[in-house]
Design a binder for this molecule. Structure first.
Ligand code: 5RP
Length: 232
C-alpha cells in the first residue's frame, strides 16, 4: 500500500471525530490535505463547521474547496485540530515543521480542546529525532541566535548539525516571514526539556516539538488504521 493511501485512510478515520457546529483547526501538509478534501465533501453535503487554517497553502486549498473559514481571533477556543506530523513517539510527542508551518500549527493546536494527528506508518518512531528538528527563528541576528541554539544543545549534551533551510536557492521564509534552522540532533530523549530550553532563547519563535498537545494519532497501515491515544 502506498503512503498516500495510508495517509488518506488515516484522514478518513479522523473525520469521524468531526461533529456539526465544531470549530476546527486545519493542519498543513500532504496528509492534512487529504483530511481537508474529505471534510470538503462533507461540507458540500451540509456539514456545518468553521475552520482556522494553519498556513496560506491550507487556507487556499480550503477556500477553493468551499470550506467555511474563520480566524483564531474570532474563535480563540477551537474544538479540534487535525494535522499531520513528521514524527510521533509512544507518548504522542511530535516533531512537526517539515512543511514550515510549525508556529501557526502550534498556536492553533494549543488553542484546541483536542488535537488529532493523521499519519502513515513511516512517521512512528521509538524516540524522536530521526527527522531534523525545525526551529523557527527571526531572521534578524540569525547567527547570534544559531550560536545560542548550538550552546543549548551542548548544555543538554546533544550534538547538533544545524542547517539553514533553503528553498529555490534562497533562505526559506515561513508565512510569517521567519527563517527555519533544521537541527539534526539524533535521539531526543527529553523533548519537553529541550523545547522549553530552546524557547528561552531570544530570536527563537518556537520549535517543531509538540509535547503534551496531541491526544490521538490515526496511523494508516497496509492492514488498516491504528489508533494511539495519549495516556492521561
Ligand atoms: C508542516 C507539518 C506537516 O504536518 C508535516 O511536515 C507532515 O507533512 P506531510 O503530511 O506532508 O508528510 O508539520 O509544518
Amino acid at each position: 500500500m502506498t503512503a498516500e493511501r495510508m495517509k488518506k485512510a488515516a484522514a478518513l478515520e479522523a473525520l469521524k471525530l468531526v461533529k456539526p457546529g465544531m470549530k476546527l483547526g486545519l493542519g498543513t501538509g500532504s496528509t492534512a490535505n487529504f483530511f481537508i478534501e474529505a471534510l470538503a465533501a462533507k461540507v458540500k453535503k451540509g456539514l456545518d463547521v468553521k475552520c482556522v487554517p494553519t498556513s496560506k497553502a491550507t487556507k487556499d486549498l480550503a477556500d477553493k474547496l468551499g470550506i467555511p473559514l474563520t480566524t483564531l481571533d474570532a474563535h480563540p477556543h477551537l474544538d479540534l485540530t487535525i494535522d499531520g506530523t513528521d514524527e510521533f513517539d509512544p507518548e504522542l510527542n511530535l516533531i512537526k515543521g517539515g512543511g514550515g508551518a510549525l508556529l501557526l500549527e502550534k498556536i492553533v493546536a494549543s488553542s484546541s480542546a483536542h488535537m488529532a494527528v493523521i499519519a502513515d506508518e513511516s512517521k512512528k518512531v521509538k524516540t524522536l529525532g530521526k527527522f531534523p528538528l525545525p526551529v523557527e527563528v527571526v531572521p534578524f541576528g540569525i547567527k547570534a541566535t544559531a550560536w545560542k541554539i548550538e550552546r543549548a544543545f551542548k548544555f543538554l549534551k546533544m550534538e547538533a548539525k544545524m542547517t539553514l533551510r533553503v528553498r529555490d536557492g534562497k533562505p526559506f521564509r515561513t508565512d510569517g516571514g521567519h527563517a527555519i534552522i533544521d537541527c539534526a540532533v539524533g535521539e531526543i530523549k527529553e523533548p519537553q526539556r529541550l523545547d522549553k530550553l530552546l524557547n528561552t532563547i531570544p530570536g527563537v519563535l518556537d520549535t517543531g516539538l509538540f509535547t503534551g498537545i496531541c491526544g490521538i494519532v490515526f496511523m494508516g497501515t497496509p492492514k488498516g488504521v491504528k489508533e494511539f491515544k495519549r495516556k492521561a
